[in-house]
Unconditional design. Structure first.
Length: 165
C-alpha cells in the first residue's frame, strides 16, 4: 500500500511539473513603444466623434458635419455674447476640445494672448459657456480595440473686433 502511494505521489509531482513547464503564464512578452503607437494611431476604419444629427452620413461627411456643428455653435455664441472691445483686435488662437468616452464635450485649454484677455476679461467664461451650448456628442470608436475612446482636437478661433467709441 505504501508502495502504491509513492507512485501515486510521484505521478502527481510529474504531472504538476509537466503542467508548469507547458504553462504560458511564465512567458514574458514585451510590447515596444512603436507597437503601441502603431496600434493607437488613427486609421480609416476608426469612427470619429459625432452628433445624432450627423449619424446618417458616411465617415468623411460625418466628420465634416461634426466639425460644422461645433464651429457654428461656438461661433454663433461668441458673436452674440462677446462684449464690445475696448481696443481693435485681430487675433487667432487655438482651443482644445475633448470628447470623452461617454460623448461629453469639454473645453480643455484655450491659448490666447494677454491682448485678447485684456480686451475681453471674461473670455475664458464665455468660451466655457460656448462649449457648454454644444449638444452631447457620441464618442469616437477605435476599431482595433472595439471600444469607445476619448478624443481631443484643436479648433482655431479668430476674433476680429473694432474699438468701440
Amino acid at each position: 500500500m505504501i508502495h502504491s502511494s509513492k507512485y501515486h505521489l510521484r505521478f502527481l509531482i510529474v504531472l504538476f511539473l509537466f503542467q508548469l513547464t507547458s504553462c504560458h503564464l511564465f512567458e514574458s512578452t514585451t510590447v515596444t513603444t512603436k507597437e503601441i503607437n502603431d496600434a493607437s494611431a488613427w486609421s480609416s476604419q476608426d469612427i470619429g466623434p459625432s452628433f445624432d444629427s450627423c449619424d446618417e452620413l458616411e465617415a468623411e461627411e460625418m466628420m465634416k458635419c461634426f466639425q460644422a456643428v461645433i464651429t457654428n455653435t461656438i461661433s454663433d455664441y461668441l458673436n452674440e455674447n462677446l462684449p464690445e472691445a475696448n481696443e481693435q483686435i485681430d487675433e487667432e488662437f487655438l482651443v482644445s476640445i475633448k470628447v470623452d468616452k461617454e460623448g461629453y464635450i469639454s473645453l480643455e485649454n484655450a491659448d490666447y494672448s494677454n491682448l485678447l484677455r485684456n480686451a475681453f476679461p471674461e473670455i475664458e467664461t464665455i468660451l466655457l459657456d460656448a462649449v457648454y451650448q454644444l449638444p452631447q456628442g457620441k464618442p469616437a470608436v477605435k476599431s482595433n480595440v472595439g471600444t469607445y475612446v476619448a478624443t481631443e482636437f484643436q479648433l482655431p478661433i479668430r476674433i476680429l473686433a473694432q474699438q468701440s467709441n
